[in-house]
Design a protein around this ligand. Sequence first.
Ligand SMILES: [Zn+2]
Ligand SMILES: [Zn+2]
Length: 151
Amino acid sequence: MSLMERGIMKGQAMLFQITLSSMLLLITMPNSGAAGKEPGGPLIFEQRCSVCNRIASRIEIQGAGGSERLKYKGIMAGNGSGDPITTARVRLIVDAFNQPYDPKKIRAAGFFDDAGYCNTCQAFYCIDHWNPSTTGGGRCPKGHVKILDPY
Ligand SMILES: [Zn+2]
Ligand SMILES: [Zn+2]
């Protein structure tokens, strides 16, 4: 092997190392989009009323990697500009608000009004179809009772 050939081989090996390290860099980059969504984009779940198809409740999760924030608009109340939440709760929410819906999972997601979900009907209803009372309670079209406004 001539000296020049060795030089070329060494160069190739270096190039290979550079390529490898930039690939590793890509792989180890933090996953900025929770649950594999677009990087940096918020996760949005909109629940629609099973009677009129209006949006009953809206969940928005911004951020990732321990700095997640939740913005929630429930049937009668929400959390305004948002609150920080844990990655563990983000997982519970993602798990709960994807079909098929499971009353136990929706309960575990920790929304005071279950995001408008009637556990008995296993359906979402909007504010009109929850027939809210002035005391913050509501009845679904089949008469099941739920607290919609705890404040
Ligand atoms: Zn409705
Ligand atoms: Zn019901």
